[in-house]
Write a protein that binds this ligand. Sequence first.
Ligand SMILES: N=c1c2ncn([C@@H]3O[C@H](COP(=O)(O)OP(=O)(O)OP(=O)(O)O)[C@@H](O)[C@H]3O)c2ncn1[C@@H]1O[C@H](COP(=O)(O)O)[C@@H](O)[C@H]1O
Length: 92
Amino acid sequence: MSEIDDLFEVIKQRISEMPEGSYTAEIARKGIGFAARKVGEEAVETVVASLNESKERTVSEACDLIYHLLVLLAIRGINLDEIYVELRRRRK
Ligand SMILES: N=c1c2ncn([C@@H]3O[C@H](COP(=O)(O)OP(=O)(O)OP(=O)(O)O)[C@@H](O)[C@H]3O)c2ncn1[C@@H]1O[C@H](COP(=O)(O)O)[C@@H](O)[C@H]1O
């Protein structure tokens, strides 16, 4: 399994168990609107970093974006398998 698969498993577990101190659980408590807004914010931060900041900052913002996108997918009940199937379908 990749880092992304591993992270997605942890995220799903946090959303199912909702432990205290989990940032993922905090997002889930705030709801899908908050989760979606975070993806938008992190996307903008990634774009800004890619244009104006260092490679390290861009990697860091991209990681924030990937994490928040995975949280949004999990809240929406979408599994990574569905993403992989669609990516495979588009492969040329
Ligand atoms: N990969 C991540 C990850 N990437 C980014 N973040 C958090 O995302 C937030 C993004 O920063 P922001 O400045 O936008 O957020 P903020 O200032 O806290 O403000 P708001 O959320 O209130 O808007 C930070 O608090 C980061 O800690 C992450 N939080 C958790 N994970 C992983 O997710 C898994 C589950 O974590 P918990 O749910 O915390 O147990 C663990 O494996 C973690 O390593």
